[in-house]
Write a protein that binds this ligand. Structure first.
Ligand SMILES: C[S@@+](CC[C@H](N)C(=O)[O-])C[C@H]1O[C@@H](n2cnc3c(N)ncnc32)[C@H](O)[C@@H]1O
Length: 185
């Protein structure tokens, strides 16, 4: 699985109608050096060991388990790949069902963060989360769009991050986007 994720186009595992893996090998890049990858995996393992528990559950089950004081972060599939006509992915996430689940977190007083679609080249992708959820929407600079670059264009992708009302109230200062490895002062 690691090999497929590292070597297939965009790291996107896709299946055909018959259930067979049908993504192409990415012959444009060599990818991460196996030694660097092994070092990264060991370093991350050291950080997580004895502190983290992994579960593979439907997100509704996690939302049921969440209590006030928890922070729920979700990165659902892009809306563009969540309709039933797009069969490249096993399952999508129904928009209204997702909105209802976030309302439950609001009712329970559980803080949450959601990465959900965004903008690229002046075009917005996906429907916004409804204002009734009272989230704060922040657009994060995710760097140059790989898709646009392949088409010979220079577009920056902005990913939307929705912050629950309770969590944004706790953040006193105006959030600013840090660059990778920037020191917190
Ligand atoms: C955009 S990807 C998340 C990528 C992840 N943040 C990462 O950096 O690797 C969306 C994920 O949602 C998962 N997913 C789809 N439907 C789900 C559901 N009903 N409950 C929980 N996870 C689901 C998919 O399996 C996929 O891994």
């Amino acid at each position: 699985m690691l090999y497929l994720l590292a070597r297939c186009v965009k790291g996107a595992v896709r299946y055909g109608k018959s259930g067979n893996f049908n993504q192409s090998p990415d012959n444009r890049r060599h990818g991460t050096n196996p030694k660097n990858m092994a070092d990264n995996i060991r370093a991350i393992s050291l950080l997580l060991k004895n502190k983290v528990e992994f579960s593979s559950l439907d997100y509704h089950e996690i939302i049921d388990m969440a209590c006030p004081g928890d922070l729920v972060y979700m990165d659902p599939p892009y809306q563009g790949v969540s309709n039933t006509r797009d069969n490249r992915y096993c399952t999508g996430v129904d928009f209204q069902g997702f909105v209802d689940a976030l309302s439950i977190l609001n009712q329970k007083g559980v803080d949450f963060l959601v990465s959900y679609d965004g903008e690229c080249g002046g075009k917005a992708y996906g429907a916004e989360l409804p204002s009734g959820l009272r989230c704060k929407k922040i657009l994060l600079n995710a760097g140059r769009s790989t898709q646009a670059t392949l088409l010979g264009k220079r577009h920056i992708t902005f990913e939307a991050l929705y912050v629950s009302e309770g969590l944004s109230a706790k953040v006193q200062t105006k959030p600013t986007q840090m660059t990778l490895w920037e020191e917190v002062v």
